[in-house]
Design a protein around this ligand. Structure first.
Ligand code: HEM
Length: 386
């Protein structure tokens, strides 16, 4: 029996800690739903779904300053709109809304389908033992993002390397992450320097170059920060989700067969993958005023982690919460957040996930793990036998 206070003190959510994270969540939710960890300079954590939703919906008490991510991915650079509090947040978020309307998503539907189909068919030709992460779940969102952002599709491996360095090396090798951040900014600066107004608003760069905030054009700095944020927000999250779905299906042949026989269940199954195996397990806030949650005093200025991954398995909200039930109907999960910063790309991410799973099942025969030691989390290799 683990000592809950020790579990709380040592609570971490990066790297190997993810191997056992669902047991940790269960111990904390039941024994210490609001607690304090000594990692990363010390932080409070909330593990109950209701507490997380309440904090998400109270930006006056819970600020996103200085960054939503711990450790930060952007070295003190505020990224709009995710690192901005109200009232400024509203205008910064509003600028992006036209990029994510149902009409814009509709334009991407066929490219997503065609890209997924081609990648899945090529993957099947690679033969047994091929890596579904490298050949499928990573390139799909990166190629689709290239259409949105207007960079050459062939650059996708470069983008994935930068994502790895920034997101996965920032704890152990911050210098590698910082260099990759600089490279990404330079890449977008180069695109911006070569941008010409051809009168059409076809991609992100066209759109941002013409966008106005409070009646003025965006500064060069703001524009580059938007590009950087979208690159960080949209690639790794979607790649992780597709990989996690394939990992689950590889390890659960009966459910894989069920989805092959009943493809209309795939959207429900994908919501369940998002709930249980979500790429964003935690987001950070800073408490702006002294607050009490479940009897715990949290002082102004202290860091608070909203542990979405724990809230997503809260037994008070989800019956049998640790079971991945691909037909679960009620699914009010937190994979995309739940307040004013709720994910703007949720419909795009969802579509890539659903179409990604559909096309993979269509092109690749019954598959299982080629290396059963590979874990549910991350965007690392997922070798499949088929
Ligand atoms: C399955 C894929 C994805 C997941 C799980 C995901 C998850 C999240 C989460 C948890 C947040 C923070 C919410 C909060 O703190 O309340 C967020 C914010 C955001 N996401 Fe996503 N995301 C995904 C895909 C995307 C894509 C494809 C894009 C765009 C290309 C995108 C753009 C954004 C933006 C712009 C924000 C900031 C919104 C704001 O601060 O107002 N995301 N996402």
């Amino acid at each position: 029996m683990k000592d809950v206070n020790e579990v709380a003190r040592n609570f971490d959510f990066h790297g190997e800690a993810l191997d056992e994270i669902f047991d940790t969540y269960s111990t904390l939710r039941n024994g210490c739903p609001v607690g304090r960890s000594e990692n990363y300079g010390g932080f409070w954590f909330l593990t109950k779904s209701d507490d997380i939703f309440a904090a998400e919906q109270d930006p006056e008490a819970f600020s996103v300053y200085p960054s939503m991510m711990v450790p930060s991915v952007s070295e003190g650079i505020q990224l709009p709109p995710i690192d901005i509090d109200p009232p400024e947040h509203t205008a910064y978020r509003r600028i992006l809304l036209p990029l994510f309307t149902p009409q814009e998503l509709k334009k991407l539907e066929q490219p997503i389908r065609d890209t997924a189909r081609k990648l899945a068919e090529d993957f099947a030709k690679e033969g047994t033992g091929a890596d579904a992460s490298y050949h499928y779940s990573r390139p799909l969102p990166t190629i689709i993002f290239s259409r949105l952002a207007g960079y050459p599709e062939k650059d996708w491996p470069k983008f994935d390397k930068w994502v790895d360095d920034i997101i996965y090396e920032r704890v152990e090798k911050p210098e590698v992450a910082n260099q990759a951040s600089k490279d990404v900014f330079s890449y977008f600066e180069n695109l911006l320097d070569n941008w010409k107004d051809n009168g059409e608003s076809a991609n992100l760069m066209d759109y941002l170059c013409r966008a106005k905030i409070d009646g003025r054009p965006l500064t060069r700095d703001e524009l580059l920060r938007y590009c950087y944020l979208l690159f960080l927000a949209g690639l790794d999250t979607t790649a992780w989700s597709i990989r996690a779905g394939l990992w689950y299906l590889a390890n659960n042949p009966e459910d894989q067969q069920k989805l092959r026989d009943n493809p209309e269940l795939i959207p429900l199954a994908c919501e369940e993958f998002l709930r249980t195996l979500s790429p964003v397990q935690v987001m950070a806030r800073t408490c702006l005023k002294d607050t009490v949650i479940r009897g715990q005093d949290i002082k102004a200025g202290e860091r608070v982690m909203l542990v979405f991954g724990a809230g997503n398995r809260d037994e008070e909200i989800f019956p049998n919460p640790d079971k991945i039930d691909i037909e679960r109907q009620e699914n009010r999960h937190l994979a995309f957040g739940g307040g004013i910063h709720r994910c703007l790309g949720s419909n795009l991410g969802r579509r890539e996930l659903v179409v990604g799973i559909e096309e993979f099942l269509r092109a690749v025969p019954q598959f299982k793990p080629a290396d059963p030691s590979e874990k549910w989390h991350g965007v690392g290799p997922l070798k499949l036998a088929f």
